[in-house]
Design a protein around this ligand. Sequence first.
Ligand SMILES: *Cc1c(COP(=O)(O)O)cnc(C)c1O
Length: 395
Amino acid sequence: MSQQDDIEYQLDTLAIRTGHTRSFEGEHGEPIFLTSSFVYENAAEAAAKFSGAEPGNIYSRFTNPTVAMFEKRLAALDGGERCVATSSGMAAIMAVAMSFLKTGDHVICSRAVFGSTVSLFEKYVSKFGVAVDFVDLTDINAWKNAIRPETKLLFVESPSNPLSEIADVQALSDLAHKNDALLAIDNSFCTPALQQPLKLGADLVVYSATKYLDGQGRALGGAVVGSDKLLEEVFGYVRTAGPSMSPFNAWVFLKGLETLKLRMNAHSASAQKIAEWLQTHDKIEKVYFAGLKDHVGHELAAKQQKGFGGIVSFEVIGGRDSAWKVIDNTKFISITGNLGDVKSTITHPATTTHGKLSPEAKEAAGIREGLIRLSVGLEDADDIIRDLSHGLDLV
Ligand SMILES: *Cc1c(COP(=O)(O)O)cnc(C)c1O
């Protein structure tokens, strides 16, 4: 579709058609511009490009056509004005912190976020005199009580990892805006195919593109999406500090976005089937999946998401021994910390992703020894069920 086109396209069309302006070669597939810099006809053109008087490519730390295609496409899927791509999901979160926080500011972060996000705020961002408090993401009063005059950013991941807790994005957005703070959502688990946080009132959406945006476990990347005004700040930080996405990775993610909705719907359908099967299993104590009617966040998730996603966590009776038995007796499910892949992956959070937490912190976060996190891939759902059964039958 042409850049002048003012028709409002649906997400499926945007995912395939946005961002690519054909070069003079007339290529059909999106080209990979593996070049660090760009050349000019003469010194005057170089001067105009460098001063910003003329738009155009300068240097791939901040202007690369393949990366720009990915940014335009992801921004369109999220309904955002602009996107800035980064080298990883953590780099995207760091870019938000460096762009919008300064010494003396305060951040409120949901407790159940990606482990490195906790370390980033606690160990590194705090070095610059930024205070952070962690609160229960489902308890809006805890967020209200944590607000201070210096609060500048509310950061939340919903659904949470690994227990699929759901935050009320609209309520958090109201709270943030009443206090002149920004609301940032880590939307890596849902992707814009299942949840569009900007439309629920969030100011910034961050991604680990490494997960579902790629979807096939190949490349590391991240992104921040939001308004032109806010993203100009993020762009300034990324162009200066340099946590930029590689053009090759951008091309991988562009291809990932084309099939994103199909994959997310398929992940969600299989996860639903597996969660319902686990719920009836006599060796299972509890299943954590927002698609189940008795999950505390079910109604909220049904309201703010278009699907429940592909992550299912469950607690096996008998603690660590049983959980490890289930994991070790799978035949094809990969034992790995990554998620959002076409390949199903299985993890024991208490000894891996959340292994550094104290026993008290684990208990507070609901990370028990019998807990297993499954990222449901696109293999046949009945085969996945059979693969989990090998170990469950031995418990
Ligand atoms: C993986 C992940 C991150 C970090 O992303 P990287 O690409 O590994 O740097 C951040 N948030 C969530 C929810 C994740 O799953």
